[in-house]
Design a protein around this ligand. Structure first.
Ligand code: CIZ
Length: 321
């Protein structure tokens, strides 16, 4: 697409957005051109909360399915659009309700802590949700000692090093984050000796062991803004590099691996955003029964403050039902 095409399409999207009383939300991993036309860029929970607080009737959620589901759970009276119906999440698909029920039977005393990267039906069968920003605090907040952590094994392992509880860890993983390898980090550290290494907790324990900081995407965005930061090796999906560079001109951001790409995130294009606003399709709507139960697990999480952003306490209790 030429620059002129992009401009025309962006204008048409802006017109449709006004007509539809819509807002466009883009995840930190979205394509640059999608981030650039969004009203807000952020992580999944921040965006869902913005959706719930907004007076817009239509939410265009440029992310993946589980994120649009959380938006639908938090704002059931709004139309939630996911511009690419095929944007799923391989990690989220690694847990199902049948498998969870079976594992629960094997661990009858464990509280199920469900990472936000999971299907709505699985959240509905969990005790509490968490994000990468608040997983440690969520687990610490639970009264019991036994935890079943689903579905990301890397985040589960990271959390197990921070809390003194017995944690059974589900074997799921995020394919893009697994592309970030310790040898790649070591090579970049040699090349950029002054750079700090900041990685997402979905990275492997070997990668985390080499990092100066471990944070979710909001934490990374906030950390990059600090005056004392000029150079960062960034271990997460490479879509975030666009936002980091845009917000911090003059600073250097080095992707820890060029292979850390989520193909599902890249399915959303400006054309798809335009079509979805024009046709009000594809919509994501979580069925009432699932929504009510998944909403309880999300609400419980929202009462727990998070470590690397202010959103936990800011947002608690604002869900509209
Ligand atoms: O919750 C999110 O948005 C994800 C998937 C990652 C993060 O750390 O923000």
């Amino acid at each position: 697409m030429t620059l002129a095409d992009t401009k025309i399409l962006s204008e048409e999207i802006a017109n449709l957005k006004r007509e539809r009383n819509a807002i466009i939300l883009a995840h930190n991993y979205q394509l640059a051109e999608v981030q650039d036309i969004a009203d807000f860029v952020g992580d999944s929970l921040e965006l869902s909360q913005i959706a719930a607080d907004s007076s817009a009737q239509v939410i265009v959620f440029c992310g993946v399915r589980f994120m649009a589901e959380v938006a639908s759970i938090l704002c059931p009276d709004k139309i939630v659009l996911l511009p690419s119906v095929d944007s799923g999440c391989l990690l989220a698909d690694m847990v199902t309700t049948d498998l969870l029920r079976q594992k629960r039977k094997e661990n009858p005393n464990a509280s199920v802590v469900c990472y936000i990267n999971s299907p709505a039906e699985v959240k509905a069968e969990s005790d509490i949700c968490c994000t990468s920003a608040n997983a440690v605090q969520v687990i610490k907040s639970l009264p019991g000692n036994d935890i079943l952590f689903i579905p990301d094994q890397c985040l589960g392992h990271y959390v197990s090093t921070k809390v003194d509880k017995h944690i059974v860890i589900w074997p799921g993983y995020c394919p893009p984050h697994i592309q970030i390898r310790p040898e790649g980090i070591l090579r970049l550290k040699r090349k950029y000796p002054k750079a700090e290494v900041i990685v997402h907790p979905e990275c492997s324990p070997e990668v985390i062991a080499l990092a100066d900081k471990v944070m979710g995407t909001s934490g990374i965005v906030n950390y990059a803004r600090r005056d004392d930061i000029s150079e960062l090796i960034v271990g997460t999906e490479i879509g975030i590099i666009h936002r980091l560079k845009k917000e911090n001109p003059g600073k250097r951001f080095i992707p820890a691996s060029e292979k850390a790409i989520c193909p599902d995130m890249k399915l959303i294009t400006l054309e798809k955003v335009f079509l979805s606003l024009r046709d009000l399709q594809p919509q994501v709507k979580v069925a009432d029964k699932i929504r009510d139960k998944a909403g309880v697990a999300i609400d419980r999480m929202l009462t727990v403050p998070s470590s690397d952003s202010i959103r936990g306490d800011m947002l608690a209790g604002r869900r509209q039902m």
